[in-house]
Design a protein around this ligand. Sequence first.
Ligand SMILES: C[S@@+](CC[C@H](N)C(=O)[O-])C[C@H]1O[C@@H](n2cnc3c(N)ncnc32)[C@H](O)[C@@H]1O
Length: 346
Amino acid sequence: MIDQTGSPPPPHKRRVRYSGKYPRRFEEKYKEHDPGRYAETVAKVLVSGKTPAGTHRPIMVAGILEALAPRPGDVAVDCTLGFGGHARELLARIQPGGRLLGLDSDPIELPKAEARLRGLGFGPEVFISLRRNFAGLPQALWEAQIQGADMILADLGVSSMQLDDPGRGFSMKNDGPLDMRMNPGRGQPASALLAGIRAEPLRVLLEENADEPHAATLAPVLAGKQFDGTTALARAVRAALPRLNKEDGDDSIRRVFQALRVAVNDEFSALETFLRQLPACLNPGGRAAVLSFHSGEDRRVKKSFQAGLRAGLYAEASEVLRAEPEERRANPRSTPAKLRWARRSK
Ligand SMILES: C[S@@+](CC[C@H](N)C(=O)[O-])C[C@H]1O[C@@H](n2cnc3c(N)ncnc32)[C@H](O)[C@@H]1O
């Protein structure tokens, strides 16, 4: 059938059928993917302490706003735009007159975050986004014609959208290709890394990237192997550690996934480069806040802020701050979060 505009109607899309009362798989949660139409379902998911599919809940928002102290007219950089939750809060506080540059290396989620923020009324004169690794922050600032930032935020690691979508390969629960690249157009997937690595370098990688206590047992079992998908890898980890109870076994699987993700995305070297360049990207008196989720990240942030303090680059650096118990209960993904901030000297 042709409508009055002369175009054929869009093909009818059947919603995904699922067995049982509630959808379990990411792609079956069509109501959570459409919060505009199904606000009630999304509210129920949030109350239950879960993150609705295809979204991300910003963590430690109050602590970050207190640390960064955004004011009208400020120039802000969100180095890890993700869903845009933190950016939205900053944008609202730097108006009128302020600008925010949002970076993210993920070419799949970045256009969605940009569209979301545009939909909230933040036009190109106040918000611009670039698909960039934050290791290239000085170049990104130059491209956006920003001389120096009043505040810079980095919320490290992966977003809930990336973690929950089995197609991205980060999920240990739902099967998907063993990929784990934040930018699927760059580098090698985790499956290729495992297939090409020998036992000793893998042991070191598991220890250094995730403090895995069973690295010596796991490395010879996993190195050089071809895994079909994420759950095949999870099963192999569990089978290699038969004496562990379910909880400890799951912790090892989680750490193996983390170690591979850090390696695949070269996360530590990006973080170190970013931290080295950070003071020079801030205006005098400008503030930086970094939210980290495991010891390998927090160690680097702490060391860099303390060294900057000793060198006189920073006038102040905070102790570690944690999510309040209430936030941890409402959003368990905030439990491991560690926030540190530093203020550039004048
Ligand atoms: C925890 S999420 C950020 C969530 C965001 N603060 C929000 O409120 O929605 C981390 C994001 O950082 C991105 N990311 C991780 N490492 C990056 C890097 N080196 N450069 C740029 N983006 C990176 C990921 O793709 C992901 O979207």
